[in-house]
Design a protein around this ligand. Structure first.
Ligand code: DAH
Length: 346
């Protein structure tokens, strides 16, 4: 015969059994299933309660209270277990989280473009000889670009430079030589400047680009001679092409530029083959690197400098070409494409 104390004892055991049953469960679904198993219609608590009818009515409330208590115990055990799972998951998440104090992966540092490096180096080399830097506009007047440099409108030398005209008297400068004019207009001699800068022509092939860079030089003073020009150029080639081992010679080959008299092409001895003949010097042992000459008295007249008192020399060279020779760049386009595989080599 079932007694009320039997049923109460059974109910109390169920509380403990439930806690043990859900301890190993790790997801809400299986915990809820266990809860239903204990509390549902066919659950263990209900099974015990079915016995209730056999008890004398006076004892039933006691068992009822015990049943309510075990239901609370089970509900509480479910809550605690779920809470514990949430805490454990949060801790696992935290353990997995990025350590934001780790140093970042290094981003490769940029560097100056080869042409910029070379331009700065050229300025430095000429600065050693007392030259300072002068600049002029890229959109220039016809007068500064041609007329004042003794290239009048009908002069055949204009045909050598396929010019971009902006208006009748305004051009994209085809060379840095107009900076000579602007400098001489702005300062009385002595003058000793280099003018690096961008110039524009309609040329376009492996060694020519519609936009490229030159460096112009101008020295005006009393008693300036061709030998001064040659000395400056000798210093320049041996500094700039120092990695070729030094001892490079310079040859001034008669040529014609309207704004100099005499005018010359500057050749340097080929340091790549040391004169035995190679692709770069086309077998001649000499490499052309620019133009130069003694400032023509006509030019001095245009800017109001007394050519009886002063003489001067000027030179102009292509920066792309210098860097091509020194670094073995074989297409001028590489400079302007922005391809890191090229740029990162320098
Ligand atoms: N301006 C000439 C050119 O672009 C280069 C040049 C030749 C510059 C002789 C000079 C010079 O200063 O004296 O073709």
């Amino acid at each position: 015969m079932t007694t009320s104390s039997d049923l109460i004892a059974q109910l109390e055991r169920l509380g403990g059994q439930f806690a043990a049953a859900i301890a190993p469960l790790v997801d809400e679904q299986s915990i809820r299933a266990a809860q239903a198993q204990f509390l549902g219609k066919k659950g263990q608590v209900s099974e015990v309660m079915k016995e209730l009818g056999r008890l004398p009515p006076a004892e039933r409330p006691l068992v009822g209270q015990a049943a309510n208590k075990v239901k609370d115990t089970i509900a509480q055990a479910v809550e605690e277990r779920l809470q514990a799972l949430i805490t454990a998951k949060r801790q696992a998440d935290l353990a997995r989280t990025l350590d934001v104090t780790l140093p970042a992966r290094p981003v490769g540092g940029g560097h100056l473009h080869l042409l910029t490096q070379v331009r700065l180096e050229l300025v430095e080399i000429f600065a050693e000889l007392g030259f300072s830097v002068a600049e002029g506009p890229q959109v220039e007047t016809d007068w500064h670009t041609f007329e004042a440099l003794a290239i009048p409108k009908d002069h055949p030398a204009r045909d050598m430079q396929d010019t971009f005209y902006i208006a009748d008297e305004i051009v994209l400068r085809t060379h840095t030589s107009p900076v000579q004019i602007r400098t001489m207009q702005a300062h009385p001699p002595p003058i000793r400047i280099v003018a690096p800068g961008v110039v524009y022509r309609r040329d376009d092939d492996a060694t020519h680009s519609p936009m490229f860079t030159q460096i112009e030089g101008l020295v005006v003073d009393e008693g300036v001679r061709v030998s001064d020009l040659k000395g400056v150029l000798l210093h320049f080639v041996n500094r700039f092409y120092a990695r070729l081992g030094g001892g490079l010679d310079v040859r001034l080959r008669p040529s014609y530029f309207p704004f100099v008299e005499p005018g010359v092409e500057i050749d340097m001895s080929c340091g790549f083959c040391r004169g035995s003949g190679c692709r770069l010097c086309k077998g001649t042992g000499w490499i052309e690197i620019g133009g130069a000459g003694m400032v023509d008295p006509d030019v001095f007249a245009h800017v109001g400098i007394d050519s009886e008192r002063y003489t001067g020399f000027a030179f102009g060279m292509g920066i792309e070409r210098m860097a091509m020779l020194r670094h073995g760049v074989n297409d001028i386009k590489f400079y302007y494409e922005g391809d890191l595989r090229f740029l990162d080599q320098f």
